[in-house]
Write a protein that binds this ligand. Sequence first.
Ligand SMILES: *[C@@H]1O[C@H](CO)[C@@H](O)[C@H](O)[C@H]1NC(C)=O
Ligand SMILES: *[C@@H]1O[C@H](CO)[C@@H](O)[C@H](O)[C@H]1NC(C)=O
Length: 229
Amino acid sequence: MEARRQCHRVSPLLLVLLAVVITAGRCGAQVPVPARTDGFVYGGQAWAPAWGEAVVVEAFFDPLCPDSRDAWPPLRRAADHFGARRVAVVVHLFPLPYHSSSFIACRSIHAVHKLNASAAYPLLEKFFKYQEGYYNTPTYTKTRAAVVAKIANNLVAPVIGEANLAAYRAGFNDSRSDQAARISFKFGCARGVTGTPYYFVNGIPLVDLDFPLDYDKWVSTLDPLVGKM
Ligand SMILES: *[C@@H]1O[C@H](CO)[C@@H](O)[C@H](O)[C@H]1NC(C)=O
Ligand SMILES: *[C@@H]1O[C@H](CO)[C@@H](O)[C@H](O)[C@H]1NC(C)=O
């Protein structure tokens, strides 16, 4: 049987670390409660439909994870098929520690989202498309400043426009984007996320399905739930 395709092949270490952190009192105790629930709602609206009014699919993605990149198009197609009133898709960013530029990538998407909420998904898709340039090996000899600048010029500028780059850079440097990216990570940890992609449907983790989930699998998983509404 093929192993579940997920960016967590190196995760035994992470699991041990998580177990140690949890049993040792969580390195900072209470996770800060954000003013709004973490996550970007797909489809343009700023909020997910109220509980009980749609099937809610939550996807945890790392912008620099190849399995997340491959997982998004079929989920997006399924979301478009059902429409946001029937299936609400919410993406949570989950920066995996063994992808060295992931936190920067997540922070960048949070900074852009603050400038223009509709730009978060286009930027996530840019990261997916060009992520190979930001993997550990190609960035090994680059400084953090160089990676941040390359993201701004090559990925962010085409999405938000050159004219908004200064505002983006200020937002990226602002501690609020740092905090938002930390919350994304902690939000996933608090719910037991150990790799990406990782999904919850109506709050329940999908663990027994055959991964990766293709379009047909998404439709056959969601159809019966949508039919019961
Ligand atoms: C926000 O981003 C979207 C998607 O990139 C774009 O179509 C729209 O024009 C932007 N809005 C503003 C006010 O810049
Ligand atoms: C962002 O922070 C870096 C490092 O502290 C600094 O060099 C850079 O000038 C800052 N950029 C902006 C736009 O504030």
